[in-house]
Design a protein around this ligand. Structure first.
Ligand code: HEM
Length: 503
C-alpha cells in the first residue's frame, strides 16, 4: 500500500455508514425541530393512546380540573403530554399563552382535527389561515359584531325584540327549559344577522339540522358511508344546511340581479339599506368567493356564536340563583335602568347597556369560572423557545385558559364565584389586553363576537330579572364532556313579578 493512499477496511466502511446515518438522522430531526432543545417535562403515557383516556375520564367527571392540576403540580405550568394521537405541550402559563396567541401565522397556526374542518368547511373562519383569515376576520368584526356594527345595524333593537318576544311567550307559573330558550334566541339572532331571515319555521328546521351537525364535532369520524353513526348523521345534516343556505344565496342573487335594473332610480335608496353578512360576501364574489365558500363562512359563524352565548346566558342565571346577594344587586341595577326609562316599552339603548357595571361583573365572572372555551390548540410552525424550553416545530400546543382562570396565583380564591372581584380589578376586564383573563382568546383570532355576546346576555338578564322571579325546578348538574362546561337544560319555574307583587 503506497504511503498517503488510504484503503478502507470493511470495519471502516461500516463505521462510516453508521456515522452517516446518525448524522443524517440528527440533521433530519434538527430540521424538523425535534433535536436540540429541552421539551417541557411531562409524561406521554401509553403508546398510541398516550394520556387521552385520563383526559377524557377527567372531563366526564364533575371535576375535570385535576388532569391539569396534577401535572402542573408535578411538572410546572408548561408540561408535555400525549393526547388524541399526538404529543402536545399544555400551557397553564399566561405569559406563554399570550406569546402564542400573539404569534398566529408567524410561529404558530390554528390547528383543528380534519374531521372538524370537514364539517365546518375549508372556507370557515376558524379553519382559514394567513392573509385571507385576517381579511375575513376584520370583515366579520367590522360588519357583524363590533360596537359600531351593533349600533349601526340597530342590532340592539333587534336583540331587544327577540328577547322580549321569547320572554313574553312564557306563561306565568310555567316550567321553562332555560338553555333551550337561550339557544333559540342566539340561533335566531345569528340567522337574522347573517341572511336577514326571520321565518321561525324555516329557522327552527335549520336549527334541528345544526344540532346534529354540532354533535359530530365531538364524535369519532367514521367513514361517511356509515351514515348511522353520529359523525355520519352530522355529515348528512351539513349537506342539508348547505342546501338551505345555497337556496338563500340563489334567491338573493336573483333579487340583486332584478334590482340592478332599477339601480339608477333607486340608487340612493339602496345605499341606505343596511347590508347583512350575505350581502357583504356576495359583493366580495369578485374576489373569488364561490357559493360553497360563502356557505362555509356563514355556517361557521352560526356555530361559533350559538352554543357559547346561550350556555353563558344560562349559567349566569344558574350562578345568580345560587348567589341571592348577587341576584339582588344585579336586579337593583336593572330596576334602576327600567325605572329611569321614559317609555317602558322602548328598547334598551346603547347608553343603557353601557350603564350596567355590576351586570358586566357577573358576566365576567361567569365566563371566568365556566370557561366555555377551556383553551385553544395551535401548532408550532417553527421552534418555540420559552423559559429555557424548546417546543419543536410541528408540535401541538394547548393553551389552557381554564387553568389560568382557576389559578389562585392570578385570582384570589379562584374557584369561587365572586362577581365583586371585578369591581376591585377593573383593568382585568380589558378583553385581549395584557391580562391573565382570556375567555375570548386573543391575537388575530380574538373572538369577533366578544361584544355581541355581552350585549345579548345583558339584554336577556335585564328582562329576566325585571320581569320574573324563578326557582330551579330540579337540580341540573354541570356536564363537561363532550362539549364543555354546560347544563343539560336548566329547568326553572318562572313567575311574573308584577302578578306576584300585585297579589
Ligand atoms: C360567550 C360567548 C363566546 C365565547 C366565550 C367565545 C369564545 C371564543 C374563543 C376563545 C375564540 C378563539 C378561538 C381560537 O383562538 O382558536 C373564539 C373564536 C371565534 N368566535 Fe367566539 N365566543 C363567543 C361568542 C361568539 C359570538 C356571539 C360569535 C359571533 C358571531 C363568535 C364568533 C367567533 C368566531 C367566528 C371565531 C373564530 C375567529 C377566528 O378564528 O378568527 N363567538 N370565540
Amino acid at each position: 500500500m503506497a504511503l498517503g493512499v488510504w484503503s478502507p477496511s470493511l470495519i471502516d466502511v461500516v463505521l462510516f455508514v453508521i456515522a452517516a446515518v446518525v448524522v443524517w438522522k440528527l440533521e433530519r430531526r434538527r430540521r424538523r425541530g425535534w433535536a436540540t432543545g429541552r421539551l417541557p417535562p411531562g409524561s406521554e403515557g401509553l403508546p398510541v393512546v398516550g394520556e387521552t383516556l385520563q383526559l377524557i375520564a377527567a372531563y366526564k367527571s364533575e371535576n375535570p380540573e385535576p388532569f391539569i392540576d396534577e401535572r402542573v403540580r408535578r411538572h410546572g405550568r408548561l408540561f408535555t403530554t400525549h393526547v388524541f394521537g399526538e404529543r402536545t405541550v399544555f400551557s397553564a402559563d399566561p405569559e406563554f399563552n399570550r406569546m402564542v396567541l400573539g404569534a398566529e401565522d408567524r410561529t404558530v397556526e390554528g390547528s383543528y382535527p380534519s374531521s372538524l374542518s370537514t364539517l365546518l368547511g375549508t372556507h370557515s373562519l376558524v379553519v382559514m389561515k394567513g392573509a385571507r383569515h385576517k381579511r375575513m376576520h376584520s370583515l366579520t368584526l367590522a360588519r357583524l359584531t363590533s360596537p359600531t356594527a351593533i349600533r349601526e345595524a340597530k342590532l340592539l333593537l333587534h336583540i331587544d325584540r327577540l328577547v322580549r318576544r321569547t320572554l313574553d311567550s312564557w306563561a306565568s307559573s310555567s316550567l321553562v327549559l332555560l338553555l333551550d330558550e337561550a339557544k333559540k334566541i342566539t340561533f335566531e339572532l345569528t340567522v337574522k344577522q347573517l341572511v336577514s331571515y326571520d321565518q321561525r319555521k324555516w329557522i327552527e328546521s335549520l336549527r334541528r339540522e345544526y344540532l346534529l351537525l354540532i354533535n359530530g364535532f365531538f364524535s369519532i369520524p367514521f367513514p361517511s358511508f356509515l351514515s348511522f353513526t353520529t359523525y355520519g348523521r352530522a355529515l348528512k345534516a351539513r349537506r342539508k344546511v348547505e342546501e338551505a343556505l345555497k337556496e338563500v344565496i340563489r334567491k338573493r342573487k336573483l333579487e340583486k340581479a332584478t334590482t340592478r335594473f332599477d339601480v339608477d332610480v333607486n340608487e340612493s335608496q339602496n345605499n341606505k339599506k343596511k347590508k347583512d353578512m350575505l350581502e357583504e360576501l356576495l359583493e366580495g364574489e369578485a374576489e373569488g368567493m364561490t357559493d360553497e365558500a360563502v356557505v362555509d363562512f356563514l355556517l361557521s359563524l352560526l356555530v361559533a356564536g350559538y352554543e357559547t352565548t346561550s350556555t353563558i346566558m344560562t349559567l349566569a342565571v344558574k350562578f345568580l340563583t345560587d348567589h341571592p346577594r348577587a341576584l339582588a344587586q344585579l336586579r337593583e341595577e336593572q330596576e334602576g335602568i327600567r325605572k329611569k326609562k321614559k317609555d317602558e316599552e322602548a328598547a334598551l339603548d346603547w347608553d343603557e347597556y353601557k350603564s350596567m357595571p355590576f351586570t358586566q361583573c357577573v358576566i365576567n365572572e361567569t365566563l371566568r369560572v365556566v370557561n366555555i372555551i377551556g383553551g385553544v390548540f395551535r401548532r408550532a410552525k417553527t421552534e418555540l423557545h420559552f423559559k429555557g424550553y424548546t417546543i419543536p416545530m410541528g408540535c401541538k400546543v394547548f393553551l389552557s385558559f381554564r387553568a389560568v382562570h382557576l389559578d389562585n396565583e392570578y385570582f384570589d380564591d379562584a374557584r369561587t364565584f365572586d362577581p365583586w372581584r371585578w369591581q376591585k380589578n377593573a383593568a382585568a376586564q380589558q378583553v385581549g389586553g395584557p391580562t391573565v383573563y382570556t375567555p375570548f382568546g386573543g391575537g388575530s383570532r380574538l373572538c369577533p363576537g366578544y361584544e355581541l355576546a355581552r350585549v345579548v346576555i345583558s339584554v336577556f338578564l335585564h328582562y329576566l330579572v325585571t320581569r320574573f322571579n324563578w326557582e330551579e325546578a330540579e337540580k341540573d348538574r354541570l356536564v363537561f364532556f363532550p362539549t364543555t362546561r354546560t347544563l343539560k337544560s336548566y329547568p326553572i319555574n318562572v313567575r311574573r313579578r308584577e302578578e306576584e307583587e300585585g297579589a
